[in-house]
Design a protein around this ligand. Sequence first.
Ligand code: FES
Length: 133
Amino acid sequence: MASAKEGSAAAQDVVWRLIGPVSELSNRQCRLIYSSFGYDSDVCLFRVKGDFFAMDARCSHSGGPLCDGDIEEADDVLQVFCPWHDYDFNLRTGKSNTGLQQQVHEVKLEDGSVFVKHASFLSLKPFPLGSKD
Ligand code: FES
């Protein structure tokens, strides 16, 4: 459960952000998590083989939607392939064989809930317009 400190943290602090119950977030391979910083800071929360991974949702190449990408495993490395130009990104490190780096975020499970470490507020629903602070 989120502590009072987590709930009142300033948006610029990189702290654990409560996303939701593990049970609710386990039924899809990827969920788009909205950032209070806006579209470019949204996050993909992947659930693969029982583990959660979080990375920026817009591909570092040209902004493709990584939540819509295919996930494959080769040599014990889990990768998401961007649906626009098929670049690969390691789900754990964000590294691509193309040399690009996708920003990844730490994930933890606590008391049946998923938390992602991030500078902005995060939500399963879009933030109302004009609420970026
Ligand atoms: S936009 Fe993702 S590979 Fe080009």
